[in-house]
Design a protein around this ligand. Structure first.
Ligand SMILES: [Zn+2]
Length: 346
């Protein structure tokens, strides 16, 4: 089969689309004929190399994909040949205290397909049965292959970890990215008043279409000041911040008393000043979130399959142009998801 791959960490020129041994599904695995995959910012980090993550080279990147079941291992019970499936990339052990308690994304052995083990940007992938979700036949491959990681991440952040209530004010930073545009849709669906930031007016228009009530161009305006102005100095109840050092202090400033900031990433760096004075005086909460439990994945993807939520596709490219796909994500061009399709499917 052909697969996107790299044999050493580095810039985009380490990526190739070449022959790779066909995967052999284990007893608890499903062989999936991949129809479409999508990129996440995680793919950029993985390609560049993450501290403490030692990959089997060559590595196949990619945490999101969907396709048709080609074969199943002996112990697989939920799927058969011909089923449409999407990958849910979080792998849990099923045995630690957190897994046994039904909170698999807290698993002590938690890891992610594409980040810690070989991913799915290839013509075929062998995926554990537990990491596949059924997809109704009417759903487009681009939607099926691009929704899982960002919608599950945003869903757990807002619905479970931040536990947003109808009528609350929710600020989503970086609304043009995958998680951002999913968070805007989910906050709107949950009945929140949604504030969104992005870097261009075109991206803000898309954010509005996704459900943002107020949009802020952070290149032109200080978003914390804008939030204060738009809320009569009160601030918002929740900030979704996956940006980190560049935004964290302004996220704290944007919060109303008792507010909470929920984070699932730190693309500009993980160590902003803690801002403890603001945290104790205003009684703020800083909440972490990673991926989601299988039940949460089912809940949110059900709402993608029925059209309530929609991953917006900014560009679709053949897998042989994976370097260009990485470039779009890295440079934050456009709005939403970048989809990659095996060249043989085009
Ligand atoms: Zn576990």
């Amino acid at each position: 089969m052909k697969a996107v791959q790299f044999s050493e960490h580095g810039d985009r020129d380490v990526l190739t689309y070449d022959e790779f041994d066909d995967p052999e599904p284990g007893d608890d695995e499903v062989l999936v004929d991949i129809k479409a995959g999508a990129l996440n910012h995680l793919d950029i980090w993985t390609r560049k190399g993450l501290p403490g993550v030692d990959l089997d080279m060559p590595h196949i990147p990619g945490s999101d994909a969907a396709g048709v079941v080609d074969a199943v291992g002996d112990d697989v019970t939920r799927f058969e040949e011909g089923d449409h499936v999407a990958v849910s990339a979080g792998v849990a052990c099923g045995q630690c205290e957190f897994c046994r308690d039904g909170d698999e994304s807290l698993c002590v052995r938690f890891h992610i397909i594409g980040e810690h083990v070989r991913g799915v940007h290839a013509e075929k992938a062998a995926v554990p049965e537990a990491n596949l979700v059924p997809v109704p036949d009417h759903v487009d491959w681009e939607v099926a292959g691009s929704a899982s990681l960002v919608f599950q991440t945003a869903w757990r952040m807002l619905i479970d970890r931040a536990d947003i209530e109808p009528g609350e004010k929710v600020l989503v930073l970086g609304a043009s990215g995958g998680v951002g545009h999913a968070a805007v849709q989910i906050a709107d669906y949950a009945g929140a008043e949604v504030f969104a930031t992005a870097s261009t007016d075109e991206k803000l228009e898309y954010a509005g279409e996704c459900g943002a009530d107020h949009v802020i161009n952070y290149e032109e305006d200080d978003f914390a000041e804008q939030v204060k102005e738009l809320t009569g100095k009160r601030g918002v109840d929740v900030v979704v911040d996956h940006i980190g050092e560049a935004t964290y202090q302004d996220s704290l400033k944007s919060l109303a008393k008792g507010g909470r900031v929920v984070t699932c990433g730190a693309t500009t760096g993980p160590n902003p000043g803690a801002g403890l004075n603001r945290i104790f005086w205003n009684q703020l909460s800083v909440i972490g979130s990673t991926m989601a439990t299988p039940g949460q994945v089912d809940d949110v993807l059900e709402l993608v399959w029925d059209g309530t939520f929609e991953p917006r596709v900014r560009e679709t490219l053949p897998m042989s142009e994976a370097d260009r796909a990485h470039e779009i994500v890295e440079n934050r061009e456009g709005f939403g998801k970048v989809v990659v399709i095996p060249d043989s499917e085009l």
